[in-house]
Design a protein around this ligand. Structure first.
Ligand SMILES: [Cu+2]
Length: 77
């Protein structure tokens, strides 16, 4: 029998201070080059970023902060 070890993936939701498509584009580029991101959703209108990842909430928060935007954790779904 083969056991596959898999890190638990979780969907974290963050409030990211994005005001235009340039901001959301910057966030998108950061997420694209980050490993362990299973999927992501950027909602510019509501300034929300949803990330499904095996990374922890704090790791993810630090990564999003690289955009230079204000980041606030909302919760996990
Ligand atoms: Cu902008």
């Amino acid at each position: 029998m083969i056991y596959k070890i898999k890190m638990a993936e979780q969907t974290h939701v963050f409030q990211v201070e994005m005001t235009c498509s340039g901001c959301s584009g910057a966030v998108e580029r950061i997420l694209k080059k980050t490993p362990d991101i299973i999927s992501s959703k950027i909602d510019l209108e509501n300034k929300k970023v949803e990330v499904t990842t095996t990374k922890s909430q704090s790791e993810m928060e630090e990564i999003l902060k690289k955009s230079g935007k204000e980041v606030k954790y909302i919760g996990a779904t």
